[in-house]
Design a protein around this ligand. Structure first.
Ligand code: GTP
Ligand code: MG
Length: 365
């Protein structure tokens, strides 16, 4: 097993400016998707405006970066599967809620130069804990998952430079001004770099063009991603690992999947997982008194949940159980010819067994 450090970088604001009112460029959401994969549980709110005691909490540990854990990922390669552990860091800027300016900004202004020095410098932070969500910071110790590993400074380190393609006009221009010096420095110093386009699902055409200009100018791989739609995130890490660990994992592919291709692949996988699950239900679940809990260890269910989530799976199950029950109701004298009575029967049945507050079931009459 190989391991490396990945720093996800990109400033969401201009030098020495107060906390930005617009959303960040997407570093945290990108990291979240990689560290905590799966359809359910995606959290997209990771604020960088903190109270002093939160900045000093072990999750932040008084430093302007987040440790997202060290996920182990398997990739296909020519010599069989390879496993790589990624120590995942997000280099950001934390702002103090009282002043709206970065913590420690008097002694160390958080301009681009300082940011670059920080991301290539020592990254030890004894006692730091991993981050999962804002709750980790507010509730000391209760949610923290992993201790920060020691000696990370000595490990191979690669950089994911984030470029938000949902920005336009002035904001786009300012982003280019912040990203260019970072890329310039990293390339000049022969660091391993990948550009990750973020928010591709809401892209502006000019912004996407700018990202590709940077890719051509600096000759670094570019991968278009969406954390919201969970597209192409792992690709970034594979391509970076290929550069960082080329001698140790020579068989790893550095092919880049196009965004549209990733979206199509995702759609096909979802459709296929759904069809297998429905087919399993039709074959195996013949009694309407079965519950979703009874199939929670089933492989078709787990695969389907991975692609469309627990909620949609429960809905498919509910529809199937309702079909069965509806057929059963046909045999009850009096109910079959009375649509109101049938509806009440079916609705009572659904209410008694599923939490369907948020979705509607089509009742066959
Ligand atoms: P700072 O650390 O404060 O610099 O911000 P950041 O770069 O970590 O940005 P963050 O990941 O917190 O994203 C900011 C906001 O952008 C999120 O709250 C989401 O609303 C939005 N966002 C992030 N990723 C995506 C994406 O893939 N698609 C869309 N449409 N929105 C996204
Ligand atoms: Mg962040």
């Amino acid at each position: 097993m190989q391991d490396c450090v990945v720093c996800v970088v990109g400033l969401s604001n201009n030098e020495k400016e107060p906390f930005p009112t617009r959303p960040g460029v997407g570093k945290s959401c990108f990291c979240f998707r990689f560290a905590y994969p799966g359809f359910d549980g995606y959290i997209d709110t990771h604020p960088s405006l903190l109270a002093l005691h939160e900045f000093e909490n072990p999750v932040i540990n008084g430093s302007h970066f987040l440790y997202w854990g060290s996920p182990l990922k398997m990739f296909p390669s020519k010599g069989g599967e390879v496993s790589i552990r990624f120590h995942l860091l997000e280099q950001t800027v934390f702002y103090q809620d009282i002043t709206s300016y970065p913590f420690n900004s008097v002694t160390k202004p958080d301009n681009v130069d300082h940011y670059i020095r920080r991301m290539i410098g020592p990254i030890e932070s004894a006692g730091k804990h991993s981050y999962y969500s804002r709750d980790d910071i507010c509730t000391t110790g209760q949610y923290t998952r992993f201790q920060y590993p020691t000696n990370l400074t000595k490990k191979p380190r690669g950089f994911v430079v984030v470029f938000d393609v949902s920005l336009a006009d002035m904001e786009l221009e300012m982003q280019c001004k912040r990203v260019e010096p970072i890329l310039q420095y990293l390339c000049k110093n022969k660091k391993k770099v990948v550009i990750a386009v973020t928010k591709r699902d809401s892209h502006k055409i000019m912004s996407l063009q700018q990202a590709h200009e940077l890719h051509k100018k600096f000759h670094v791989p570019l991968i278009e991603t969406s954390a919201r739609d969970d597209l192409n995130i792992e690709e970034v890490f594979r391509v970076l690992a290929k550069q960082l660990l080329s001698k140790k994992v020579p068989g790893l592919s550095d092919q880049i999947q196009k965004y549209d291709e990733a979206a199509r692949h995702n759609l096909i996988q979802r459709g296929s997982a759904k069809r297998s699950f429905v087919s399993y239900l039709k074959k195996r679940i013949t009694n309407s008194s079965e519950t979703v809990a009874s199939i929670s260890y089933n492989e078709e269910f787990k695969e389907c949940k991975r692609w469309i989530g627990q909620h949609s799976c429960s809905r498919l199950f509910a529809q199937h159980a309702l079909e069965l029950y509806n057929t059963k109701v046909d045999t009850y004298a009096g109910v079959v010819n009375d649509p109101i009575m049938r509806r009440e029967f079916l609705e009572d049945y659904v209410d008694s067994r599923f939490d369907l507050d948020n979705h509607k079931i089509e009742l066959r009459r």
